[in-house]
Design a protein around this ligand. Structure first.
Ligand SMILES: *Cc1c(COP(=O)(O)O)cnc(C)c1O
Length: 396
């Protein structure tokens, strides 16, 4: 077993040394002003990463899934209707959570590999004359299929239908890695976790509430205690939590936001796009296809790669771990055994990515697939050497 190798799973992601150190903190009194010096900059950093001027940020000791629960329970009441498409494992799990909370979910069945059906949303919202639908749920990046949907188009659908429903976006595998504009896209609640774009260990649910979502707190009747943002807001006002905060992780979150903002969000997105383009060039050179149906849907944080009919895609993941000590993602749900996933988000460089592509090649040859060693690496090398960021080009 080697901990030297980077992981290529779509979360948790590789941790930069500086963030690992930031998380490793001595005990401090979480009811002292010292804690406020960690908490408030962390919240302010997240707000910038979400590109919001107006959001209220809440951070819970939890994970992305707890962020969903925070969004739903603070804004809705049993029997309320929500609209959601099912196009992968994560959208499916969010739908399941809604149903367990007694919400009525209007589900738009969507092929795995397709994006969110904004046109269909517009029709449904236009037909909903009584405004029964309270929320539209949107998974920005379906981590199971490597599909990034167009959130701006979902907002346009709401506006075209002149519908007052709120828009909740799962940005767990997009925020901090791909363009996300909370205010501009009219997102009412944005949800993420600490272990993907923020490059930290798992342990934090991170949510941003728009003023409209904050107003919904007053009418929402779903039971909530741990995830009640009103208690959290009262705590924050006193530099504290309603319970014990994960101080080290919050310190890490402050540093992670600083790191992303210092690199520049647009540069972070460009880096992810470049690295992903190299992976896609490799997939093409191997003669394989992505699960995502068309280039406009290709995710810059994760690629789900289809393997030939009759081949068990999971064996690639198993072999890579056993033989080479490198982690890739298995297929989930409907595409289990049909795809394997390469995560390419977080703290990653071109050179790290080349090692992942080289590993997949060795594994596929080991398992008898008709792949030429070096073919994907060469394709990715060509992408990387011809798309260097401006600073690197100048130095050359
Ligand atoms: C990882 C992920 C989640 C789940 O987050 P947890 O932190 O594991 O609870 C939800 N949605 C998407 C899109 C994800 O990628």
């Amino acid at each position: 077993m080697s901990f030297q190798n980077p992981v290529f799973i779509p979360g948790p992601t590789n941790m930069p040394e500086v963030l690992r150190k930031a998380v490793d903190m001595p005990t401090l009194d979480h009811r002292s002003p010292l804690f406020g010096q960690i908490l408030h900059p962390a919240l302010a950093g997240v707000k910038k990463v979400l590109k919001s001027e107006t959001a209220t940020i809440f951070v819970f000791p939890s994970t992305g899934t707890g962020g969903w629960e925070t969004a739903l329970t603070n804004t809705l009441s049993a029997g309320d209707k929500v609209l959601a498409a099912r196009n992968g494992m994560f959208s499916q799990r969010w739908i399941d959570m809604c149903q367990r909370h007694g919400l009525k979910v209007e589900i738009v069945e969507t092929p795995w590999g397709a994006g969110l059906p904004a046109d269909r949303y517009e029709e449904i919202l236009t037909d909903d004359k009584g405004h029964e639908i309270k929320v539209v749920l949107a998974t920005h990046n379906e981590t199971a299929t490597g599909v990034r949907s167009d959130i701006k188009a979902v907002r346009r659908a709401l506006d075209a239908a002149n519908h007052p429903a709120m828009l909740f976006v799962d940005g767990v595998s997009s925020i901090g890695s791909m363009d996300f504009r909370m205010d501009e896209w009219g997102v009412d609640i944005a949800v993420t976790g600490s272990q993907k774009g923020f490059m930290l260990p798992a342990g934090l649910a991170i949510v941003g509430f728009s003023p409209k979502a904050m107003a919904a707190l007053e009418t929402a009747k779903l039971p909530r205690t741990f995830f009640d943002v009103r208690d959290m807001a009262k705590g924050y006002a006193n530099n504290a939590y309603p319970y014990t905060p994960a101080v080290g992780l919050l310190n890490g979150l402050k540093m992670a936001s600083d790191m992303l903002l210092a690199e520049g969000l647009e540069n972070v997105f460009a880096r992810h796009h470049r690295i992903a383009s190299g992976v896609r060039a490799a997939v093409d050179a191997w003669g394989l296809k992505l699960c995502a149906q068309s280039p406009d849907l290709y995710s810059d944080t994760v690629s789900a790669i289809r393997t030939p009919e009759g081949f068990n895609a999971t064996s690639i993941v198993t072999r890579a771990a056993d033989a080479y000590g490198v982690a890739f993602g298995v297929g989930l749900g409907e595409v289990a055994g049909k795809v394997f996933r390469i995560g390419h988000l977080g703290s990653l460089t071109d050179v790290m990515m080349l090692s992942g592509i080289a590993t997949v090649e060795m594994v596929m040859v080991d398992l008898g697939l008709d792949i030429k060693l070096g073919s994907g690496v060469a394709a990715a090398q060509q992408v990387y050497r011809t798309s260097l960021p401006a600073a690197a080009k100048a130095a050359a």
